[in-house]
Design a protein around this ligand. Structure first.
Ligand code: ADP
Ligand code: MG
Length: 698
């Protein structure tokens, strides 16, 4: 059988060494298999003809049938162009060439019938098509033309004539080589049961669909396969892991938990918090290692859930660790947890990069000796020198800041992996979570503690600062605190920092009675933390900063978040920033400041922010607007890039479906050793050899 993966694209008719190198360099296409899996990014229906008189300038592409009346060469030098006056009897259109004039003149004749295809514009009251595609044989069967595929190419490729049409030709040459079916990549029983197209048909149709319906079926088959193997890999991996490791048993609810619950809990838990604690409790006494993702909007009270889970670990003779992405967050957790546990008599320690020398040594000894019950830490805990006596539970706060590799590192801190609870306030739509985080179970806190007033969000243009500042004045007079946030990205770092400095000066001038803090990522961590602490203690009333304050910092007295250049922030970032306010009982506000000119996408983002306080709604909208490749976390896993056709935002139903199928298969045959599953095992092995690291999502 023809194995496309071992056939160099160089030997395909129409390629040769030069083009082969371009294909490899520009698109990573080396083998015939790579080429056949290079799918079109769009299709244009070429089965339909337009009449010139019905054409307007907003149509994307049109196809006309008619004849050239005459040629006209206009202008000279660089502005020179060739115009062919073309008619179909309903009106006249101009076909225009700026390059290849000689070629066009030699190839096309007046009074011969052609089918002409291209993008129309209206110029001088006439339909113009620049550099049209022309079919010499006007009798081509249009219904046979079907949907014409278009391929992405790069500037370099276009320069060398490797444009979309050229790729199309190459792929046609390739399809001609396929005279018998390619080896199937899905088992027959599955193809039959799920009513899928065969691989060969799907690949043929996706490159040359005759009808929209068959195209859909082909796409479905190929998407199905992409998503199915991701899920199969995840399910198999987690089954293997559960077999290898016995989950640590937190079989009882003991003294610490009970005393804390009855004596120290400063408020009643929300129903959602209770539910999640129950879920964690169930997981940790199931005999299987827990891998749970806890999603809850900013301010929903995840820390308390983490704390109670840690108490469960302690009651069963284990240690627990909570890891935060920044020192300031770790310190905040440490302060809160120590305060909550004040009367319980547990040993809580803090480990960050700035804790050194004797102090550090003492903590490390306490961990190995088992005297430390709870460790609050930054990524300093990942170092090999940090060892535990009996680590039973690891909580990772604000997961999107940590890579998968770091998660794995934490596992190795105990001979039997500890239970893992990952917490994030960046809500991830379920389907994305299922794919990104593999076999993580998901818990959701979908309820804020009582008494919170929803944050009021408004959109203001940047010429209304006078009003904005007047409003800040009122809030400051009430004793509140204010954030003013500026964007800072690496590419425009200098300008951004200047904007921040300018903004800081303006604020200092305008609000002379108040102390103002300034924080940005270029400051030394210690300086930054000191400044944050000053703001937290209320010594400064206004905080001018970049997004470094994004995560987790809790200043209940802050009631206004002003986001300058809001058009430059993504939705989830805006939502995170907004979550810095609204933590106290006062009415809080978020002011999104933008310029007048807004792109349509920006408009939508701002509108969503103004309309919704719901992190999940916002995350869904974000996924739809940007596509999953840009969502935080997806970059780390790389998964979004490996999916060629499937779209994590749109294919939620399909993901559910293939996940269930994968589960069903693994439940019956965890090691894929049954004859009917041989092909699946082989495909998984093959995919694991591909450049994408599959284990990174497991
Ligand atoms: P996040 O989920 O963003 O990490 P936190 O755990 O920091 O939220 O909680 C935000 C604030 O809400 C904290 O001040 C915390 O003490 C408070 N809080 C948490 N749970 C409750 C509750 N059930 N009732 C009242 N306040 C709560
Ligand atoms: Mg938090």
């Amino acid at each position: 059988m023809l194995d496309l993966s071992v056939r160099d694209v160089k030997y395909l008719p129409g390629v040769g060494p030069a083009r082969a190198e371009l294909l490899s360099k520009e698109l990573g296409i080396k083998s015939l298999a790579d080429l056949i899996h290079y799918y079109p990014y769009k299709y244009i229906d070429r089965s339909r003809l337009f009449q010139i008189k019905e054409v307007n300038g907003t149509m994307p592409y049109i196809q006309l049938k008619g004849r050239i009346l005459s040629f006209e060469e206009i202008g000279a030098g660089r502005g020179k162009r060739l115009v062919a006056h073309f008619t179909d009897g309903t009106s006249v259109a101009d076909l225009v060439w700026f390059q290849g004039i000689k070629f066009a003149l030699s190839k096309y004749r007046p009074n011969t019938e052609y089918v002409v295809f291209g993008k129309p514009t209206i110029y001088g009251g006439r339909v113009n098509i620049a550099h049209p595609e022309i079919d010499i044989d006007a009798n081509i069967n249009l219904s046979e033309m079907g949907m014409q595929p278009h391929y992405n190419t790069t500037e370099k490729m276009k320069k060398s004539g490797l444009n979309s049409a050229a790729i199309r030709k190459l792929i046609n040459n390739l399809l001609e080589l396929i005279v018998e079916p390619l080896p199937e990549t899905l088992p027959n029983w599955l193809i039959n049961r799920e009513n899928l197209m065969s691989l060969t048909d799907a690949l043929t149709v996706i490159h040359s669909p005759k009808t929209a319906d068959s195209l859909r079926q082909a796409q479905h088959r190929l998407k199905f396969e992409e998503l199915f193997y991701v899920q199969l890999n995840i399910c198999r991996y987690s089954a293997a892991r559960n077999k290898r490791f016995k989950g640590l048993m937190f079989s009882k609810v003991g003294n610490s938990f009970n005393r804390f619950y009855s004596e120290c809990l400063p408020f009643a838990l929300t129903e959602a918090q209770k539910r999640v604690v129950r879920e964690i409790r169930r997981d940790t006494c199931s005999g299987v290692q827990m891998n749970r993702l806890l999603q809850g909007d900013v301010g929903s009270g995840k820390t308390m859930v983490a704390l109670m889970s840690m108490l469960l670990a302690i009651d069963n003779g284990f240690q627990a660790c909570i890891m935060a992405p920044t020192e300031i967050l770790a310190e905040q957790h440490f302060a809160n947890i120590s305060r909550y546990l004040n009367s319980i008599g547990l040993n809580v320690e803090l480990l960050t990069g700035s804790i050194k020398g004797k102090r550090r040594e003492a903590i490390l000894n306490g961990l190995v000796g088992g005297n430390v019950n709870i460790l609050v830490a930054t990524h300093a805990v990942l170092e090999d020198t940090v060892m535990f006596a009996r680590l039973g539970l690891v909580v990772i706060d604000e997961q999107h800041r940590f890579g998968v590799a770091q998660r794995a590192k934490l596992w190795s801190k105990n001979s039997n992996p500890p239970h893992v609870l990952v917490m994030t306030a960046t809500p991830i739509p379920r389907t994305l979570a299922m794919t990104l985080y593999g076999d993580l179970d998901v818990s959701i806190i979908d309820e804020l503690p009582p008494g919170r007033k929803p944050i009021k969000t408004v959109h203001k243009f940047d010429n209304t600062h006078v009003d904005i500042y007047a409003f800040l004045d009122e809030e400051l007079k009430k004793g509140r605190q204010v954030y003013v946030v500026y964007p800072l990205i690496e590419e425009s770092e200098k300008i951004d920092l200047k904007n921040l400095e300018d903004g800081y000066k303006i604020i200092c001038d305008r609000f002379q009675g108040y102390d103002v803090s300034k924080v940005h990522g270029k400051m030394k961590p210690a300086e930054k933390d000191a400044e944050m602490q000053r703001f937290k203690r209320g010594e400064t009333r206004i905080m001018v900063s970049t997004t470094v304050i994004e995560v987790g910092v809790d200043v209940p007295n802050a009631s206004v978040m002003v986001i300058e250049n809001a058009e430059r922030f993504g939705l989830s970032q805006l939502h995170q920033l907004r979550g810095r306010v609204g933590r106290g009982a006062d009415q809080s506000f978020c002011i999104l400041v933008t310029g007048y000119k807004l792109s349509e996408d920006t408009r939508k983002r701002i509108d969503i922010m103004v309309d919704s306080n719901d992190g999940f709604e916002i995350a869904e909208a974000d996924l739809k607007l940007r596509g999953p490749g840009d969502i935080e976390g997806t970059q780390q896993s790389g998964i979004a890039f490996d999916l060629k056709l499937a779209n994590l935002a749109r294919d939620g139903m399909l993901i559910e479906q293939v996940r269930n199928i994968a589960k069903e298969i693994i439940a019956k045959d965890a090691d894929l050793v049954q004859p009917e599953n041989q092909l699946l095992a082989r495909e998984l092995r093959r995919l694991k050899k591909s450049p994408f690291d599959w284990s990174s999502i497991s």
